[in-house]
Design a protein around this ligand. Structure first.
Ligand SMILES: Cc1cc2nc3c(=O)[nH]c(=O)nc-3n(C[C@H](O)[C@H](O)[C@H](O)COP(=O)(O)O)c2cc1C
Length: 195
């Protein structure tokens, strides 16, 4: 099969080689290796450098894993059970901006947390690991499980693991275990106006 990821303009292969697998090997990740991924995420840019992101992580086969895992929808549990770690990415809804004394709503908290997720995912790719973000979880259950105050939004849960053999997956999702394509840049980028 031809790889759908054809670069239309020159870019580092990192950007097309990263994709989100569901087949993991069950290999554990050392804390130091996981910290490298979170370290990359920590260096993401953010509005006024307020760094709204917070990372709540758990290794598989530890007490912290189960409550996070239990908050995932059944579909995500089916494949994350072989991941090495789960990382909840949350972000502070408010920030104290320069020159202000009191916290104010931060319109870009989720945008900035997204930058942190992307940094984590690209560092995972560079380090021989894979990361797969998920929106499929019960937010109230997860919030209670990790003791997250209402002042923080839950942005995503990321499964981290070593990419494995698609054969471990149930037939239905095995066929989807491939890098996906993207809309052409001509339908995505517009000079000056979208009209
Ligand atoms: C915020 C976010 C939420 C996602 N939620 C899920 C999810 O709940 N379950 C899942 O299997 N994949 C989920 N994905 C994976 C996307 O489907 C995937 O990133 C997208 O199809 C692009 O594929 P790629 O990451 O392999 O390039 C999510 C991705 C993001 C960024």
């Amino acid at each position: 099969m031809t790889n759908p990821r054809q670069r239309a303009h020159p870019i580092d292969p990192l950007f097309t080689e990263r994709w989100s697998p569901r087949a993991f090997t069950e290999e554990a990740i050392a804390t130091a290796e996981l910290m490298s991924l979170l370290e990359a995420a920590r260096w993401a840019p953010s509005a006024y450098n307020v760094q709204p992101w917070r990372f709540i992580y758990a290794h598989r086969d530890t007490a912290a894993w189960q409550p996070i895992f239990d908050s995932l929808v059944e579909f995500n549990q089916m494949w994350t059970k072989r991941a090495a770690a789960l990382v909840v990415i949350a972000s502070a809804r408010e920030a104290v901006f320069p020159g202000a004394a009191a916290p104010a709503p931060n319109a870009s908290h989720a945008f900035d947390a997204g930058a942190a997720w992307a940094s984590l995912a690209f560092q995972a790719q560079l380090s021989g690991w894979s990361a797969h973000a998920m929106a499929g979880f019960d937010a109230a259950k997860l919030r209670a499980a990790i003791g997250l105050p209402e002042a923080y939004a839950i942005d995503t849960v990321v499964a981290v693991g070593r990419k494995g053999d698609p054969a471990v997956l149930p037939e239905g999702i095995r066929a989807r275990e491939l890098p996906s394509d993207r809309r052409p840049l001509s339908q995505t980028a517009f000079e000056g106006t979208m009209r």
